[in-house]
Design a protein around this ligand. Structure first.
Ligand SMILES: Cc1cc2nc3c(=O)[nH]c(=O)nc-3n(C[C@H](O)[C@H](O)[C@H](O)COP(=O)(O)OP(=O)(O)OC[C@H]3O[C@@H](n4cnc5c(N)ncnc54)[C@H](O)[C@@H]3O)c2cc1C
Length: 542
């Protein structure tokens, strides 16, 4: 059994853990990061890397008007009454300070010009740009050696492109227009962007400061002495003693089927996270009496599918989210077993209540499983599963020359599908979805149709072959550890558990509540990682 003494043990090397470790070091503490998997970065490396910070100094410098009061109003709307007020207020007011703090550590952020708030035009005080940030380009070759391996999902390695560039180059559903030469150059230079880029920046800063990051160390238990958490034990029995505290940043539980069943209550779930994300933080803290908090209306539920035979990294299946490209673009729709549409596919938060609906007469979920349907026009003009427009649709996607034959292949009611397509095609002709308002929201992906003044999301399903496949539900954990506004974990008596902190997806999203906004998650990990470290430094007995 090994034993190591530090001030702060950080469990997990996603963005939340690395932000906390970096802040702990800057506050004069000695941190160590323990990572269960063979790579650094966790599920953060799959992400788009958007960091949402209201009233930030970069927007100010760019002449974009924003205030903390308007950012607070936007976040209160987004929370839908499900946030803890103190935590939400702290998140909004401290995020700009945390951003400046980490910039001084060398993490370079920039505004994503052209990316509006997700509820722009819907929520009060939304902005057309200025709050969504991302990191600058970074090469993996710039990370100091020796170092543990960075987790680089195949999709991130192949598309080292910033979100601002995706918008400027024609949008996510217009990949053929992206600068292929520049992408090839960056791929060779091991340039990392978005979520993987954020982790590379954080790793670089930590390695420059000689903060140890140990991979293949799965923490299994907390050590408690005199009522305070003072260390952890790994599955191999190694002990790591923490003089100031333990930060649980082990992600959510998306890859743990039992916890998904317990808290999500949606059938046909597939994880979009790495296999290591099994709720270990939740389990370890529950062992010592931590309170678990559940969001009732978590808006971070999505539709997608696993790509057969393709892996994100090692044996980890590649999961493709359909919300931004397939479900937004023309010539696609989503139907249930009856062959009926049930919501606006183009704004995925509108789908969630319908996906979760349980019919008291059927004693079943009428909209699950559900199926993506598209035609050859879509295949010709837009990319499928991250591919280019016009690429061959893979042979694991069902196809048929008639809608009736496709319905039989999918197990969908043929008459229902035929009627739905006929009705949908009439909406496509008029440009107005009379049933669900597809494409009518201000938040829209720029595409050629939008530029020409048409509904950017409506197009008839007419041209054979017709394609279809079953979709899976996925999302971010609805439950997490209850924490206060310093990142301290709370028990069911509403008392702090001394020495125990949680951040990132291990913590319940009490600062955000129900709402989905790209960048909330990463900004929350940044802010509460900073605050946890600050609290540990300030509470340390000299
Ligand atoms: C496609 C996609 C796009 C996204 N885009 C955005 C976006 O643009 N902006 C945004 O804010 N959010 C985005 N998200 C969500 C965001 O990526 C996550 O919420 C966030 O990365 C979670 O970070 P984390 O540090 O909490 O967890 P993770 O990054 O998952 O890290 C947790 C780490 O803990 C490790 N671990 C687990 N158990 C143990 C243990 N017992 N011992 C030691 N280590 C352990 C794991 O191996 C993992 O490395 C996106 C998600 C996806 C899937």
């Amino acid at each position: 059994m090994n034993s190591e003494n530090v001030d702060v043990v950080v469990v997990g090397s996603g963005m939340a853990g690395l932000f906390a470790a970096l802040a702990a070091h800057e506050f004069g503490l000695k941190p160590i990061v323990l990572e269960k998997g063979p790579h650094v970065g966790g599920g953060t490396t799959n992400s788009d890397g958007v960091v949402w910070v209201g009233a930030n100094h970069l927007a100010d410098a760019a002449g974009i008007e924003d205030t903390q009061a308007s950012a607070l109003e936007y976040c209160r709307f987004m929370a839908g009454g499900e946030a803890i007020q103190d935590n939400l207020d702290t998140f909004v007011t401290i995020a700009p300070e945390a951003l400046r703090f980490f910039e001084k550590c060398g993490i370079e952020f920039r505004i994503i010009h052209g990316l509006p708030d997700h509820y722009h035009g819907i929520a009060p005080q939304s902005l057309s740009e200025g709050r969504c940030l991302e990191v600058e380009l970074i090469s993996e070759d710039d990370l100091p050696e020796p170092r543990p391996p960075l987790r680089v999902p195949a999709a991130a390695a192949a598309t080292p492109v910033m979100t601002e560039e995706i918008i400027a180059w024609g949008g996510p559903n217009n990949r053929n227009a992206w600068d292929k030469e520049e992408i090839a150059r960056r791929t060779d230079a091991k340039i990392r962007t978005r979520g993987t880029g954020l982790i590379a920046h954080l790793m670089k800063a930590l390695l420059q400061r000689n903060v140890p990051i140990l991979t293949d160390v799965a923490v299994s238990r907390l050590i408690v002495a005199d009522g305070a958490v003072c260390g952890v034990v790994s599955t191999l029995g190694d002990e790591y003693t923490a003089r100031a505290g333990v930060v649980l940043a082990a992600g959510g539980y998306e890859s743990n089927g039992r916890l998904v069943d317990q808290f999500e209550g949606v059938p046909h779930w597939k994880s979009f996270c790495p296999p290591e994300i099994t709720g270990d933080g939740l389990v370890m803290a529950s062992d010592i009496g931590a309170a678990v908090h559940l969001l009732r209306d978590n808006m971070q539920v999505f539709l997608g599918f696993e790509i057969p035979g393709k892996t994100a990294i090692k044996d980890d299946p590649a999961f493709h989210l359909t919300g931004i490209v397939e479900l937004f673009s023309p010539h696609t729709m989503v139907v249930n077993k009856s062959g009926e549409r049930f919501a606006d596919e183009s704004f995925f938060q509108r789908m969630i209540p319908e996906l979760k609906r349980f019919d008291p007469m059927l004693h079943d979920y009428p909209n699950l499983p559900c199926f993506l349907i598209f035609d050859q026009q879509y295949a010709d003009q837009f990319g499928f599963a991250g591919g280019d427009a016009g690429a061959e649709i893979p042979d694991w996607v069902h196809r048929a020359d008639t809608l009736t034959d496709l319905a039989h292949l999918l197990g969908v009611a043929p008459e229902g599908l035929a009627n739905t397509v006929e009705r949908f095609n009439s909406f496509a002709e008029s440009g107005v979805d009379g049933d669900y308002g597809r494409g009518d929201l201000a938040w829209r992906i720029d595409n050629q149709m939008a530029r020409e003044g048409f509904n950017p999301s409506l197009g008839a399903i007419l041209k054979p072959p017709f394609y279809g496949l079953q979709l899976s539900v996925t999302g971010a954990s609805s439950a997490g550890l209850l924490c206060d506004n310093a990142g301290c974990v709370i028990n069911n008596r509403s008392e702090r558990i001394p020495g125990l902190y949680a951040t990132g997806n291990t913590a319940a999203k009490t600062e955000l509540g129900a709402g989905y906004q790209a960048g909330f998650s990463l900004a929350s990990g940044m802010t509460f990682g900073y605050l946890s470290a600050k609290h540990m430094a300030e509470s340390r007995v000299p």
